[in-house]
Design a protein around this ligand. Structure first.
Ligand code: AMP
Length: 411
């Protein structure tokens, strides 16, 4: 790597989309403390369709967002189009300033406990995990292959959604099912959103003026997908998602926790196929299944108009959230902070208020004035007297991936 190479391209490849950010990680020698300056951000959607769309914003140049429509047959075409957009701003992939490409990889199984430089063996291992992450890992692999073909000489790093959760003790990670069957099929709780839980728990400690090793934090990542984690002294000890991202909290379109016998019932009594049940629980459940909307803004608007279905959906969402706050308080024993993050957690004050309402005996409270403040900065929203700090901490998964990637290639 060249001494002047400080840029990291972060790629988040989905089945028909690629999100990307180019960050300059500055000159910090250890990389890990670099705060990152965003040079460009963008998104390619509808890859493989006739009307693919690329939206690119060159932040460094103060440039305006550019949109390109047209068929992009596959990820290779999409990444080439992204490379062309970056080159047009003087930020091309062939620049000697590019230090590495960091890839979000959803499932790292038990093997990948930290960011990893990708070689053929690593790629083969990520492929071996496809059976436990059939919806996500194939797209991540395509993104990696394409980027490696474009810049074979450049370090490429995989940053795994599961890695932060590999510190979970066995008693939290294992399901109470037959051990031989579980092991044969690698069935256990892996957890997801790990880069967000890592980033937010660390930032929360910073907000409290403490080292992460000194604090216990419950992180509530409430986006369209949602998960909670219990982080003790900087290490994850439990998280709400499991073998797949379906377990746990009520989400935008996913049911979260459910009696597994519901699936037998749907098969035997309702005559549904496995794929239909999968689609029902992953895509047509959660808030959208309960009230027809998965956007919390719309649900709040409907509640304000007296809509009972929206009210019930909100109440079910909050009830589950409270159960996890209670469960993770017990798991941690002592809680220093509860941190809200992601689209709902960062923006929906009524969700934060309702989630901790009635938990004063547990030391939790929200100050109405502080809770109403809108800001992109990490902040406390609990009153001074509260024993447990309640915080809003905007997540930044791309920055976390860039930091981990940059630190690794500079190690
Ligand atoms: P994410 O997956 O983190 O991008 O979060 C997306 C979700 O955040 C949306 O589906 C909305 O439910 C929620 N959201 C975004 N902005 C707001 C807002 N201003 N108020 C309430 N909810 C919001």
């Amino acid at each position: 790597m060249s001494a002047t190479a400080t840029r990291v391209l972060v790629l988040n490849s989905g089945s028909s989309s690629v999100k990307y950010q180019l960050l300059d990680m500055g000159a910090e020698p250890d990389g890990g403390s670099a705060t990152g300056t965003r040079l460009a951000v963008g998104l390619v959607e509808r890859i493989g369709e006739e009307s693919s769309r690329l939206v690119h914003t060159p932040l460094a140049a103060g440039g305006e967002t550019r949109e390109t429509e047209g068929a992009m047959a596959d990820h290779e075409a999409a990444l080439k189009a992204v490379a062309a957009e970056l080159a047009a701003d003087g930020l091309g992939l062939d620049s000697p300033e590019l230090a590495a490409i960091g890839h979000r990889v959803v499932h790292g199984g038990l093997k990948f406990t930290a960011p990893t430089v990708i070689d053929d063996a690593v790629l083969a291992e990520i492929e071996r995990l496809v059976p436990v992450a059939p919806l996500h890992n194939p797209a991540n692999i395509t993104g990696i292959r394409t980027a490696r073909a474009l810049r074979p000489d450049l370090p490429q790093v995989a940053v795994f959604d599961t890695a932060f959760h590999t510190t979970m003790p066995e008693h939290a990670a294992r399901y109470a099912i037959d051990v031989a069957t579980a092991d044969a099929h690698r069935i256990r709780r892996y957890g997801f959103h790990g880069t967000s839980h890592a980033y937010v728990s660390r930032k929360t400690a910073e907000l409290l003026g403490k080292d992460p090793s000194e604090v216990n934090v419950i992180v509530l990542h409430l986006g369209n997908g949602a998960s909670a984690s219990a982080v003790a002294g900087g290490r994850c000890v439990d998280t709400s998602m499991g073998l797949t991202p379906l377990e746990g909290l009520v989400m935008g379109t996913r049911s979260g926790d459910i009696d597994p016998a519901v699936t037998f019932h749907l098969k035997r009594v309702a005559g549904m196929s496995t794929d239909e049940i999968d689609a029902l629980l992953n895509k047509k459940s959660g808030l959208v299944g309960l009230c027809g909307d998965n956007d919390m803004r719309e649900i709040r608007r409907r509640i304000d108009e007296g809509d009972e279905r929206a009210r019930l959906a909100f109440d079910i969402y909050i009830h589950r959230l409270k159960k996890y706050i209670g469960a993770y308080s017990a798991v941690l024993g002592k809680v220093d902070a509860v941190a809200f993050t992601a689209g709902v957690g960062e923006n929906a004050a009524p969700v934060r208020e309702a989630a901790v309402a009635g938990l004063e005996e547990m030391g939790l409270a929200v100050d109405a004035t502080l809770n109403a403040v809108r800001s992109g900065e990490p902040r406390l929203i609990s009153p001074d007297y509260a024993r447990v700090a309640v915080a809003v901490v905007p997540t930044d998964e791309e920055l976390e991936i860039a930091q981990q990637t940059y630190a690794l290639v500079n190690a």
